[in-house]
Design a protein around this ligand. Structure first.
Ligand SMILES: [Zn+2]
Ligand SMILES: [Zn+2]
Length: 537
């Protein structure tokens, strides 16, 4: 049976049965380029948040940058010199470019910028600041006091033995700055301090506020309790049996006396032929990279239209155009108030749109044509956009679309989508038949007599050539000096592409022809119609 209610609305209905006040949370560790798989998390959260707001719920949406997590290893994109920083919180590791406040900010900045472009505006929290501000202090105290109960839950749920010296808290060594090499030796709940020894040989005391962090499996449920998280999407790696959601669920209930959030488990995004996008596979295409090619509303649509539990196959080459077409059809239907548009389709469209982002009215594929006709020259592009009947008022949004198209042509476009307008009549014109040449001459005359012609009209005109008695058919007849020629429009389109591009196929003819000034077409078609190879010598 077809879906009738969008998944975000199903979730909203579900959680509103429990309470009217909601906090939708997402959290990502900015330890490297934040990839397109992570984008699914924030877009999913945003959809649930908006579905809640649409029902009048009292809802907030937060994003927590887990920047107090340690640097796990020297990633392939880092210089060897980062070896000394492994184990330190990423908010205390220097940034790779030397221009950001720290390592985590280096990766956070482009991610937050990408969110802005996607029209997603959560309240942003940074874990290091939350710890330092003492937001976790009570939760840390409770965890240290109830260390044995937590260890028991972890063993029961995950089936793994918890080591004797395990502690829910990882102190940050005052000497070497690492949080992965310390062991808790004691704590003082009144002074709110923790004692530790470190593998570096140092031992000391740190404050609970900012002197270290809870280990992930405890940090997560503590956060639910501290902030009051009620809805949270997360990747399926956290959702496995005995995984961190399972242990977190019991810890938050039994240790912190709070209900776990409603889980939205999402599947990975599979990119082209490269494989699943997850932090563990190492295949990374950052969101910023993707936004260079795909318009933000199309990226949103890609995620919104698919249920979170289904994986998304995404190929930015030719298949991207199919998704873009689908989305643009939806956009058109919505704009025209098309009665065939069902509630479900309408909802997908609504959730894919966002305020404050560009919604260019020019179809992506048409811009692919315009861009190549104008050879990428922005001024010319604007002229063609205008000539094609679109508004040029919002130059910034047109520029964004142009940038997307330019990058797509450079990185992903299949050869058949590319063309270049030849400066002069191409030699391939020599292969045209007498009929094709007569058509080009007749077509030039017709364009000259008509003046301004729209894309749709160009298309109809070419087709009219096969109707005996049509103006174009009559003009061709005159040139060939025959009564009523038999014409196949396919040959005419070939003649058009050959005379302009030197190849027998090209983009949709209406869009293509209306991208040129009439004078250019008239001259080119006339020259081609009288072309003979000798004349070039
Ligand atoms: Zn930087
Ligand atoms: Zn140390």
């Amino acid at each position: 049976m077809a879906d009738t209610i969008h998944w975000a609305d199903v979730i909203a209905e579900d959680v509103l049965n429990k309470s009217g006040k909601h906090l939708v949370a997402t959290g990502i560790t900015p330890s490297g380029h934040i990839h397109i798989g992570n984008m699914r998390e924030v877009v999913t959260a945003d959809a649930a948040y908006r579905a809640l707001l649409d029902r009048g719920a009292d809802a907030r949406f937060i994003y927590i940058a887990d920047n107090f997590d340690p640097l796990r290893k020297v990633y392939p994109f880092l210089p060897e010199s980062y070896a000394e920083h492994v184990g330190k919180p990423i908010s205390e590791v220097p940034c790779p470019c030397g221009e950001c406040a720290n390592y985590s900010e280096h990766f956070l900045k482009p991610f937050l910028e990408a969110l802005r472009r996607l029209g997603i505006n959560p309240e942003v929290y940074r874990a290091d600041e939350m710890y330092r501000a003492g937001m976790y202090t009570e939760a840390i105290k409770t965890a240290l006091v109830k260390r044995n109960e937590i260890a028991k839950i972890l063993e029961e749920v995950s089936g793994k033995t918890v080591a004797e010296e395990w502690s829910p808290f990882n102190p940050r060594c005052n000497e070497c700055g690492k949080i992965t090499t310390t062991k808790v030796t004691g704590f003082d709940p009144d002074a709110e301090t923790v004692d530790y020894v470190c593998a570096c040989g140092h031992s000391g005391t740190v404050p609970m506020a900012g002197g270290g962090k809870l280990t992930w499996r405890v940090d997560w449920p503590a956060r639910w309790a501290v902030l009051g998280v009620t809805v949270e999407p997360f990747g399926k790696d956290h959702a496995s049996r005995g995984g961190s959601y399972d242990t977190g669920k019991r810890i938050v209930r039994e240790i912190y006396g709070h209900e776990p959030p409603f889980p939205i488990v999402y599947e990975w995004i599979m990119l082209g032929k490269q494989g699943a996008m997850s932090s563990s596979t190492g295949v990374v295409v950052s969101i910023s990279d993707m936004l260079e090619v795909v318009p933000p509303e199309v990226l949103r649509y890609l995620i919104i239209r698919t249920k979170p539990e289904k994986h998304i196959q995404f190929d930015p080459a030719q298949p991207l155009l199919t998704i873009v077409d689908e989305y643009e059809r939806l956009r058109e239907k919505f704009r025209d108030n098309d009665p065939s548009m069902g509630e479900f389709e309408k909802r997908i469209y609504e959730l894919s749109r966002a305020t404050g982002i560009c919604h260019p009215e020019i179809p992506f594929k048409q811009m692919v044509t315009i861009f190549q006709v104008a050879r990428g020259n922005f001024e010319q592009i604007l002229q063609i956009v205008k000539r094609s009947g679109f508004s040029t008022e919002d130059e910034k949004c047109i520029r964004e679309l142009v940038d997307n198209v330019s990058k797509w042509l450079e990185l992903y476009a299949p050869p058949f989508a590319k063309f270049s307008v030849k400066e002069n009549v191409p030699v391939q014109v020599a292969t045209l038949s007498e009929l094709q040449k007569a058509f080009l001459g007749a077509f030039a005359d017709l364009i000259e007599s008509k003046g301004k012609i729209s894309g749709e009209e160009y298309h109809m005109l070419v087709y009219s050539a096969k109707e005996k008695g049509s103006e174009l058919n009559r003009l061709i007849a005159e040139k060939l000096n025959v009564p009523a020629p038999q014409v196949d429009p396919k040959d005419l389109f070939k003649a058009i592409y050959t005379s302009i591009l030197g190849q027998s196929s090209g983009p949709k003819a209406g869009w293509f022809l209306s991208s040129f000034e009439e004078d250019f077409l008239i001259n080119r078609f006339r020259e081609a119609s009288t072309y003979s190879p000798e004349k070039r010598e």
